[in-house]
Every structure is written in structure tokens, then in C-alpha cells.
Design a protein around this ligand. Structure first.
Ligand code: ADP
Length: 381
């Protein structure tokens, strides 16, 4: 991308410089002009108009452009560059980088520098340069804040995945070693049970990662009418055996049979079952979880309420991040992967909806998934 840009801007700026030269020569010629020469000068007016268009084009670029002549003097800055360089209010780091890169390009050295302007607001820019065919050099300043952010998130994600998978795999290796030296049958049983747990944990993390990437990169969500009652029912069914083993009653307040959401049935069931599973996991035995749905104008709100451990206020903003857990030990004990709520948030986004949570520590939490409602269009009378 960078070099395509260098080339395009280089060509445009080269034309500008040539037109600039041509105009100066024309002005000189006018002073002592014959008729033929005057005609030539008039045709230069058309060229000048053409140069004006090029100048507008370079001004409308989403990169800052600074052009230096062969002696290093800056002869042109486009609108974006004017905001960043060459003035009292310029950013010193960008200004300096442009200067260094312009002189580098004049000496036929090119390079690229990424500068972090901590702000606020934080901004990351790339400065790079290129020599021009007819002499001089061009430096470009590109705002790469968004790309930089995506790269950082991706790098963190890969680091997190490695950590999440390495931990149980490491535990498996240790357990297997201990097992190899063990004669006591009771201990052998206990060790092998632990190995099964760790293996299940790896499997679950991989399943959730696949589900997350399917939802994240699988293209547009299907937009079908889906019965809300059936979404709630299927989600509860998926969590039934976990709830039974925790002695937790999952109660469904059956919504109207004709209540329908617009969306992707598979994704919606995945989201609601994650919410119900969490409600069960983070509740004490013998308590209950309530699942319900209501209509709010053009939206369907699916609610999952528990009376469990609750979530501290300081963590509420972060629980939807991948691998974020309030209590690592508890998440680990309950077989959590730290990806459930990230999946829910993606499903909500894919549907143009949202997920919200209210919670009081020690009293419980309520998660609400808001999805567009399907309504039958009224027939014209
Ligand atoms: P996990 O697999 O660890 O449950 P999630 O992404 O589903 O991961 O949830 C992230 C964290 O949010 C959990 O580790 C837990 O600390 C907290 N959490 C989610 N749901 C609840 C809930 N219903 N009650 C209390 N804490 C919850």
C-alpha cells in the first residue's frame, strides 16, 4: 500500500512541479513575445488549470504530502500536511521526521518510520519518503491509528490463545510424568481423572475459539424470523445437565408464542446458552436462574437473571473482552474458557443489537440481549 501511494503521489507531485516550472518560463516569455509565442503562452493557461486540478487532487488525499526541491527547500504541503508540519503548532516529532526523511530521500535513501503520538487523543502515524524523478523529494504522512490498533489486538489475542492452550497442555505433561512413576492405583485414578479434565478444557477452548471465529468472520448473520420461545427453550436444554449437576433450577417465563426476533438462529442460541451457562456456573447450589423475554418497540429483549455471586462494579466494563475473568480460579473450576461473553457480544453486534448487564456483588446478575424484532407487515385494507 505504502509504495503504491508513494508512486501515485510522486507522479501527481511531479506533474505539479513541472507545471510550476512551465508557468515561470511562460511568464518570462510573455515580456518579449511574438504572436506565435503568445499562442504558446495561452495554451499554457490550459495547462495551469490542469495543474490546479492536480493540486486539488493532492489536497484531497488522505495522506499528508510535503514536497522539497532539489536544494531541500519545502515548496509544497498539501492540506493534511499543513495541519501537522511546518508551523508553530505542528507536532515536533512529525515535523522532525519529515525533515529527516526528505533529506534522506534527496540522498536516495528511503525508509519508513512509525511515530506514536500519545495524545490525547492517541494517534499513530507513518512517515515515509521517496526521491522524485525530476529532482527533489516527497515525504508522506499517513494516519495508521486504526490499523495499529487492530494489529495490537491481534497480537494480544494470539499471545492470549497461546497462554490459554499452553497452561492445560503443560498440566497434561506434568500429570503424565507423575502417572508414569506411580504404582498406587488410587493415585493413578486421581491423576488420570485430572488428565481427562485438562484434555476437556483444551477441547472446550478450541471449540469456543472456533465458534468465536465463525461468528466473527463468517460473514453477515442470517436475517430470518426466529421464534424467541424456541431460542430460549433450546438454550436451556443445552445447559440442562450442567444445571442438574449443580442443583440449580432453570425457570423459563414462556414468552408469547408469536414473539419473533430477526436473526441467525444458530448464533442466537449460542449467545443465550452462554448466558444461561454462566448464570448456572456463577450461582450457588439450590438457587434458581430465570430466563425470560419481552418486547420493547422494535426490539426483543432476552433476559437471563441469576441470584449468584454477582460481578464487582470495576469489572463490569471488561467482562465482554476475550479471556477476561473476574475470578480466574472460579472460572477454571467451572471449566470456563473466558470466551463466552465475547461470543455473546459478537452475536449482538452481528445483529445490530446489544448486550448489557446489571449486577450486584453477592446478590446476582441480569444479562439482557437486545435483538431486532420481527413483525408481520400489516396488509393494506
Ligand atoms: P468464563 O468462561 O470464564 O465464564 P465468560 O466470557 O463467559 O468466561 O465470562 C467472563 C467472566 O465474567 C467470567 O469469568 C466471570 O468472572 C464473569 N461472569 C460472567 N457471567 C457471570 C455471571 N452470571 N455471574 C457472575 N460472574 C459472571
Amino acid at each position: 500500500m505504502g509504495w503504491v501511494l508513494v508512486f501515485a503521489v510522486g507522479v501527481a507531485v511531479g506533474v505539479l512541479i513541472n507545471k510550476f516550472r512551465a508557468r515561470s518560463e511562460s511568464a518570462g516569455k510573455l515580456l518579449s513575445a511574438s504572436q506565435d509565442e503568445r499562442a504558446e503562452v495561452e495554451s499554457n493557461d490550459a495547462e495551469e488549470a490542469f495543474a490546479e486540478i492536480f493540486r486539488d487532487a493532492v489536497n484531497s488525499l488522505s495522506v499528508g504530502v510535503v514536497v522539497a526541491g532539489a536544494d531541500g527547500t519545502v515548496i509544497f504541503r498539501n492540506t493534511l500536511a499543513l495541519g501537522l508540519t511546518g508551523a508553530v503548532h505542528s507536532d515536533v516529532l512529525v515535523d522532525e521526521a519529515v525533515e529527516v526523511h526528505l533529506s534522506g530521500a534527496l540522498a536516495r535513501r528511503t525508509g519508513r518510520q512509525v511515530i506514536d503520538l500519545f495524545g490525547p487523543p492517541r494517534k499513530v502515524v507513518a512517515v515515509f519518503s521517496s526521491p522524485l524523478e525530476g529532482g527533489g523529494a516527497v515525504a508522506m504522512i499517513e494516519d495508521i491509528t486504526e490499523r495499529h490498533l487492530v494489529d495490537t489486538v491481534r497480537t494480544d489475542f494470539v499471545a492470549n490463545i497461546s497462554h490459554e492452550l499452553k497452561t492445560p497442555v503443560g498440566a497434561l505433561a506434568v500429570l503424565a510424568e507423575a502417572l508414569a512413576d506411580e504404582d498406587d492405583l488410587d493415585i493413578v485414578h486421581r491423576l488420570s481423572e485430572k488428565m481427562v479434565d485438562e484434555a476437556i478444557r483444551v477441547g472446550r477452548t478450541i471449540d469456543d475459539l472456533l465458534e468465536l471465529s465463525r461468528i466473527e468472520f463468517g460473514g453477515e448473520a442470517v436475517k430470518d424470523p426466529v421464534s424467541v420461545e424456541s431460542i430460549l427453550q433450546e438454550s436451556i436444554e443445552r445447559v440442562r445437565s450442567l444445571a442438574t449437576s449443580h442443583s440449580i433450577r432453570v425457570v423459563m417465563n414462556t414468552p408469547d408464542a408469536d414473539m419473533q426476533a430477526i436473526g441467525d438462529r444458530r448464533q442466537l442460541v449460542s449467545a443465550v446458552s452462554n448466558l444461561v451457562e454462566n448464570a448456572v456456573k456463577y450461582s450457588e447450589p439450590d438457587s434458581s436462574v430465570e430466563v425470560s423475554a419481552l418486547v420493547d418497540s422494535d426490539w426483543v429483549e432476552m433476559c437471563v437473571q441469576d441470584f449468584g455471586v454477582g460481578i464487582p462494579l470495576r469489572d463490569l466494563d471488561r467482562i465482554f473482552e476475550r479471556f477476561y475473568r473476574v475470578d480466574r480460579a472460579r472460572s477454571r473450576d467451572t471449566g470456563g474458557t473466558g470466551l463466552g461473553l465475547a461470543i455473546v457480544r459478537h452475536v449482538a453486534n452481528n445483529h445490530g443489537g446489544e448486550v448489557s448487564v446489571t449486577s450486584i456483588e453477592g446478590e446476582g446478575s441480569t444479562f439482557v440481549l437486545k435483538i431486532p424484532r420481527f413483525t408481520m407487515k400489516k396488509e393494506n385494507p
